[in-house]
Design a protein around this ligand. Structure first.
Ligand code: URA
Length: 241
C-alpha cells in the first residue's frame, strides 16, 4: 500500500498533507525518513510515525456516538446537521467514509454506531440476523398492560404487521405507565412511533440504549463519541456471523 494512502485511511493526514510531511522528513517508516509519499509499505508490519506519533493501522473504524436530538442519521445533508458533522475532521475524512449503521429519527437520541465496514453493517441489519435494538420510550398517554401485550404480539403499522418484540412497562407511583423499554428485532422506518400510534398513543421521547451486543456508554453525553474497544468490535463481529 502507498504510504500516502496508509496515512489517509488511518485518518492521519490527507494525501497532500502526507506529501508535505514526507518532504519535511516528518514521516518515518521503520525508523527512517520516507523519501517519497508513494513509497510502498506493508500496512500490517511497517512501523510508521507521523510527526513523532506512531500510526496504528486499522482496516476499519467503529465509533459509538450518543446521538443528540435534532441531528440526522446521514453522512451529508444540504440543510440539517448530520451525525458525521459531530466527528472531528480526521474521522470525517476517513476513506472509506464512516456512515451510520441503521437510522434513528432526527429527534431520537442514544446509541448510534458509525463504521466504514459496509459488510459487517449490512450483516447486522440484514433481516435474517437483524440484531436486537433496545429503546427507552416515553408516551403521552398511559400505556396499559393490554397495550404492551398487543405491541409485543405485533401491530399493523400501515399494511405491515410488526414482528414479535419485548415491552417492559415502567410503572409510576400512581400506577400509570408513561415510559418503558422496548426491544425490536427488526427496524422499519419510524417503527416505534408508528407502533404507539397503532395503540392511539404518541411517543414523546425515544432514546436507544442498546444495539446488538453494544450498550450506550454512560460516560458519553449527547453529542459525544468514542472509538469502540477491541472486545466490542469482536462482539459485533460475532453478532454478524
Ligand atoms: N423507531 C422510531 O420510531 N424511531 C426511531 O428513531 C427508531 C425506532
Amino acid at each position: 500500500m502507498r504510504l500516502d494512502k496508509f496515512l489517509s485511511i488511518t485518518a492521519t493526514a490527507t494525501r497532500s498533507e502526507a506529501a508535505k510531511a514526507v518532504r519535511a522528513g516528518e514521516v518515518l517508516v521503520d525508523g527512517e525518513a520516507a523519501k517519497k509519499a508513494d513509497l510502498q509499505i506493508d500496512p500490517e508490519t511497517a512501523t510508521v510515525t507521523f510527526r513523532g506519533r506512531a500510526v496504528t493501522y486499522r482496516q476499519y473504524t467503529y465509533v459509538m456516538m450518543h446521538k443528540p436530538q435534532g441531528v440526522v442519521s446521514a453522512t451529508e445533508d444540504g440543510r440539517e446537521q448530520t451525525v458525521l458533522d459531530l466527528l472531528p475532521a480526521e474521522l470525517q475524512r476517513l476513506r472509506p467514509t464512516l456512515f451510520p449503521c441503521g437510522r434513528l429519527d432526527k429527534n431520537t437520541t442514544g446509541l448510534m454506531l458509525l463504521t466504514n465496514n459496509g459488510t459487517l453493517s449490512h450483516r447486522l441489519l440484514a433481516p435474517a440476523r437483524h440484531v436486537d435494538k433496545t429503546y427507552h420510550f416515553r408516551v403521552k398517554f398511559p400505556l396499559s398492560a393490554e397495550d404492551a401485550a398487543a405491541l409485543e404480539a405485533g401491530v399493523d403499522i400501515g399494511g405491515y404487521v410488526t414482528a414479535p418484540c419485548r415491552v417492559e412497562r415502567l410503572v409510576a407511583e400512581d400506577g400509570a405507565c408513561r415510559e418503558g423499554m422496548i426491544t425490536l428485532h427488526e427496524g422499519k422506518y419510524h417503527q416505534i412511533k408508528l407502533m404507539m400510534e397503532a395503540r392511539h398513543n404518541q411517543i414523546t421521547a425515544l432514546a436507544r440504549t442498546d444495539f446488538g451486543p453494544l450498550s450506550l456508554d454512560p460516560a458519553l453525553a449527547p453529542g459525544q463519541w468514542r472509538l469502540l474497544r477491541a472486545e466490542e468490535i469482536a462482539a459485533l463481529e460475532a453478532a454478524g456471523k
